[in-house]
Design a binder for this molecule. Structure first.
Ligand SMILES: *Cc1c(COP(=O)(O)O)cnc(C)c1O
Length: 332
């Protein structure tokens, strides 16, 4: 299977907003489309997206994982960007339509179908820097993905940056391309200069998250993570892992914590990144001010392994679904 992000199915679902209304959802071929050079999104970044997965269970049944959460988050992203967006029921239908249209292309677990709902401003007006696009395109692109960890789960080396900001304050809960553009140079620099895999953003010494994943620290009987205060993405995987951690008897604490506390506790604990693409990835070491601080023994710790396994079992259909996270595919 091709690298993540480069292989797509042949069909997607789309809808256009024009003259104050959305067109009916349609299944269309995945193909290049044309945009006028003055298109709003190309100049003013009127864009947001989501990333979620549909899984094929061993029984052959197909389900989406927590689509309601992704729909709610995308609706909030669109609101912050003043972008029109289809209603909740239409968004839900669009996800099921997009999966149903290509259902035969869903690889067996641990493979999955990755869904990329995307919203962008398509009005042709470079004078519209300070007002919302009056035309919007919505589509759900899908991509078959293989085992993200075919090469094994290698703990990451993560640079802790106590100065750089991942995005502008208050925009952290918006899943928009602009935030990735803001974070990218910090990540690339850390890769080039330190051979780091990721950057943990901690502006002012306050630990937030990495460029595309939430962050958790586990030490003793406690899982510690930053609260959802608008500065970080409300990750669906984060919420799922926190729920499973509570179920397992861990004390889950959502509060601000400093780089100093992180680096003091990490050597006798575990640290991990959470996100849809990789589920949970262990951090093996932090790089900070010329020091390298090993997390635990540098390998994936027992809590990380157990929480990851539990979430994967729910996603694959191997375990029961006590929280109702699996949404069976509805063919309309
Ligand atoms: C998408 C994303 C996440 C992960 O969210 P999930 O819902 O768990 O996939 C975390 N942080 C950022 C900045 C993201 O863009």
């Amino acid at each position: 299977m091709a690298a993540f992000g480069t292989e797509f199915t042949g069909q997607m679902v789309s809808s256009h907003y024009e003259n104050g209304q959305w067109s009916d959802l349609q299944v269309v071929p995945v193909a290049p489309f044309s945009l006028h050079p003055a298109t709003h999104v190309l100049h003013y970044a009127s864009e947001c997206f989501e990333g979620l997965k549909a899984y094929r269970q061993q029984t052959g049944e197909v389900h989406l994982f927590r689509p309601d959460r992704h729909i709610a988050r995308m609706t909030n992203s669109a609101a912050q960007l003043l972008l029109e967006i289809p209603g909740q029921a239409e968004l839900e239908r669009s996800l099921h339509m997009a999966v149903a249209a290509v259902v035969d292309a869903i690889p067996a677990y641990p493979g999955a179908l990755y869904l990329r709902p995307t919203l962008l401003g398509t009005e042709q007006d470079i004078g519209a820097a300070a007002r919302p696009s009056q035309k919007v395109l919505y589509y759900v692109l899908t991509s078959p993905v293989g085992n993200y960890f075919a090469g094994g789960l290698k703990p990451l080396r993560v640079k802790v940056d106590d100065q750089a900001m991942r995005c502008t304050p208050g925009f952290g809960e918006v899943k928009t391309g602009g935030n990735y553009a803001a974070a990218m140079r910090h990540v690339v620099l850390a890769q080039r200069e330190l051979g780091a895999d990721q950057v943990l953003f901690a502006p002012g010494g306050n630990v937030q998250e990495t460029g595309a994943a939430n962050f958790v620290l586990i030490e003793g009987n406690e899982l510690l993570t930053k609260p959802l205060d608008g500065s970080i993405l409300p990750g669906v995987t984060r919420d799922s892992i926190l729920t499973l951690a509570r179920d397992a008897g861990l004390k889950v604490t959502e509060r601000d914590f400093s780089v100093a506390e992180l680096l003091e506790r990490a050597p006798h604990g575990e640290a991990a990144l959470t996100g849809t693409a990789a589920v949970l990835t262990p951090v093996g070491a932090f790089l900070y001010n010329g020091r390298e601080i090993t997390v635990g023994d540098g390998q994936m710790g027992p809590w990380s392994a157990s929480l990851r396994e539990q979430l994967c079992a729910i996603q694959s259909g191997a375990a029961a679904d006590p929280h109702g996270w699996r949404a069976p595919l509805q063919v309309s």
